[in-house]
Every structure is written in structure tokens, then in C-alpha cells.
Design a protein. Structure first.
Length: 82
């Protein structure tokens, strides 16, 4: 049985990895102004969902990847390769 990812899933994995780095960079730039705690909390939740989606994609748990992507879409994120 071939356990390699399809080209569509490889593209999704790449997109998720880029998103992970972008969220991490934005979290580092959040300053201590009004509402910073809430923004930091939301950013950390999003980052954990992205990491969960990457991990499940690498482990071929595609239904769990879909669950994580749906939660991320509730935050307003969209994915080209879904």
C-alpha cells in the first residue's frame, strides 16, 4: 500500500506550514496594547489548530484534518487546496 500523500494533500501541507509561520510571526509582533491578551489567545488557538492539521495530515488522518480546517475557517481563514 502506498502511503505517500497525493499532490493535493502535499499542496495543502505546504499551505498549512506557511500559515503556521505567518501566525507565529504575527504573534511575536503583538504589542501590549488594549486587547492584546485576547488577540494573543486567538492567535495561539489558531496556531494549535494548524499544527494539529499538519500532524494529522502527515499521519493520514484525513477526517481529523477536515475537522481542524473547519474550525480554522470559523476564524475566517480560507484554503486554496482543500
Amino acid at each position: 500500500m502506498d502511503r505517500s500523500l497525493s499532490p493535493k494533500n502535499i499542496a495543502l501541507l505546504t499551505e498549512l506550514e506557511i500559515l503556521n509561520f505567518r501566525i507565529a510571526a504575527k504573534l511575536e509582533r503583538i504589542g501590549y496594547s488594549d486587547g492584546w491578551e485576547e488577540r494573543k489567545k486567538k492567535g495561539n488557538e489558531m496556531r494549535l489548530l494548524v499544527i494539529e492539521a499538519i500532524r494529522n495530515l502527515e499521519l493520514r488522518r484525513f477526517s481529523r484534518v477536515g475537522d481542524a480546517l473547519r474550525k480554522l475557517e470559523e476564524f475566517g481563514l480560507t484554503f486554496m487546496n482543500r
